[in-house]
Ligand binder design. Structure first.
Ligand code: AHG
Ligand code: MN
Ligand code: MN
Length: 331
């Protein structure tokens, strides 16, 4: 019988394959795994611990923060700033970026994070997640970190991943050579490789959109959804949970497309480019899927500010190609 591979073993083996990679990235990925277990523990006992509900504070988007939002943010900040690998962190829950050790002079990497995704689902016990991505610093080591270290295009990501706190807890990530998923065994407190080489099925059958946005969405999106509904027996399914990580993960496994459109009142949509769209776009591409905004590829966008938003369409190639045809027919 073959031995189960732990996340730690997998990370170490990957480092051994690339001797030029320093131990700092290995250490950083390990730290993310540790923070994930701490947040997972708190998510699991949220009802018991009496920490459900709003914290009474707002984040930088003037959205009310849930208590678990604050807990997850603090946990990731505490663990990532304590390690020696991270120079700076951009968090959805913080107005400005955070500089680690001596104004970001030390540490090779910059982390972008949505500490708790889908927080409107916390109170109703529906799956939520964490999304992260890692970039190399641009400013040389030893110099203070600058804005442009944080405002890098998605093409510069070296790692992207998410944690899904669901019926089981999973950590899924890519370092640019495929996508691998690990499931937490709560009995031993370890993530084990459970989904090696994850791939979007080429032919998806699920479409995921907040239906209430459709009237205000671009013509191409209306046309696409009309096509999904009118499948003449092909049997497409509409599925929308309202936790991006969870909707993305289901579509990655079953095949489908997720759409968060631009609308008349929000031409940039709702989702954040740096914390949500770029990491999931990198994972999607590595899993053989496609990710775009209203104009085309999302990873090439040059961000102008940390909390920038973007329309986001991601999923299986057949459905993304059908969406592309709708943009062309509507232009
Ligand atoms: P967050 O909880 O990090 O603010 O993200 C919420 C996002 C995303 O998870 C989800 O897909 C989307 O908001 C849902 O938005 P609508 O309620 O507008 O559908
Ligand atoms: Mn989110
Ligand atoms: Mn969030």
């Amino acid at each position: 019988m073959s031995k189960a591979i732990t996340l730690q073993e997998f990370i170490m083996d990957a480092q051994a394959e690339f001797p030029f990679v320093s131990g700092q990235l290995t250490r950083l990925l390990t730290d993310i795994g540790v923070a994930a277990k701490i947040v997972n523990h708190q998510v699991n006992r949220a009802g018991l611990a009496g920490i459900l509900g709003e914290s009474g504070t707002q984040n930088s988007h003037e959205e009310s923060q849930q208590k678990l939002d604050v807990f997850a943010d603090r946990t990731f900040m505490r663990i990532l700033t304590a390690g020696k690998s991270v120079a700076g962190i951009g968090s959805e829950e913080q107005e400005d970026f955070i500089l680690c050790g001596d104004r970001g002079k030390l540490g090779k990497y910059v982390v972008m994070i949505d500490p708790l995704d889908g927080s409107s689902n916390i109170d109703v016990n529906v799956s939520i997640g964490t999304i992260f991505s890692i970039y190399r610093r641009v400013t040389p080591l030893g110099a203070a970190l600058q804005n442009h270290d944080f405002l890098q295009a998605g093409t510069e990501q070296i790692v992207a991943g998410y944690i899904l706190y669901g019926s089981s807890t999973m950590l899924v990530y890519t370092t640019g050579s495929g996508v691998n998923g690990f499931t937490l065994d709560p009995a031993v407190g370890e993530f084990f490789l459970s989904h090696p080489g994850m791939k979007f099925p080429d032919s998806g059958t699920i479409y995921s959109i907040n239906d209430a946005l459709l009237d205000a969405a671009p013509e191409a999106i209306k046309r696409f959804i009309a096509g999904c509904r009118d499948t003449k027996g092909v049997g497409l399914k509409g599925r929308y949970i309202g936790s991006l990580v969870t909707d993305f993960h289901r579509n990655l496994i079953k095949g489908g497309v997720y759409l968060y459109p631009s609308t008349k009142t929000n031409p940039q949509g709702k989702l954040r480019l740096m914390y949500e769209c770029n990491p999931l776009a990198f994972i999607a591409n590595q899993a053989g899927g496609l990710a775009e905004d209203d104009r085309g590829k999302i990873l090439q966008k040059s961000p102008t500010h940390l909390h920038e938003r973007s329309p986001f369409y991601v999923g299986s190639t057949n459905m993304m190609q059908a969406l592309r045809s709708c943009w062309m027919a509507s232009s």
